[in-house]
Design a protein around this ligand. Structure first.
Ligand code: CA2
Length: 155
């Protein structure tokens, strides 16, 4: 039985489409979810957003046990939450850190991600459309990993 992929979103991303469109665009999170559902495969998709650090950590633990890959936009937690970083360190499957804006072109406080060192891939600046791209890349990583495991006899 295939495990689903998870897409998890951190604080304030529920406000997408309403404020700071010059930075984050005009697409809402519901529309991003619809784009992700189109890009999802037969394994299924769990798509969620929270403004709570403890909730995000619980969902990362849930994904650790119940998913085969994770795309996460930890939003502001990216830069200061050691607890989110520690939870992601334990994540055992392909993991993509995604940011709608190019955090490296922004103010210096947005340059130091605690998460990046523990991600399989880091993507930033693709806007709303970057989410389904990230999901497709994640699915390629998962199928690559599954075929490598089949070849080595560990799968
Ligand atoms: O670009 C991204 O995806 C970010 O993760 C968004 C975070 C920011 O702290 C990161 O540096 C980059 C902020 C999320 C704020 O979300 C809003 C959404 C709509 C309107 C205003 C804020």
């Amino acid at each position: 039985m295939l495990k689903p992929v998870y897409v998890l979103n951190g604080p304030n991303l529920n406000r997408l489409g309403q404020r700071e469109p010059a930075i984050y665009g005009t697409t809402t999170l519901d529309e991003i979810e619809a784009l992700c559902r189109q890009a999802a495969g037969p394994e299924g998709l769990v798509f969620r957003q929270t403004n709570s650090e403890s909730c995000l950590i619980d969902w990362i633990h849930e994904a650790t046990d119940q998913s085969c890959g994770l795309v996460i936009n930890p939003a502001a937690f990216t830069f200061y939450s050691m607890a989110v970083m520690d939870a992601l360190k334990m994540y055992p499957h392909p993991l993509i850190e995604y940011h709608i804006s190019n955090i490296h072109r922004r103010e210096p406080m947005y340059h130091n991600s605690l998460v990046s060192a523990h991600a399989t891939m880091v993507m930033a600046g693709g806007g709303a459309a970057g989410y389904p791209h990230a999901l497709r890349l994640l699915r390629e990583m998962i199928s690559g990993q599954a075929s490598a495991e089949r070849l080595s006899g560990t799968g």
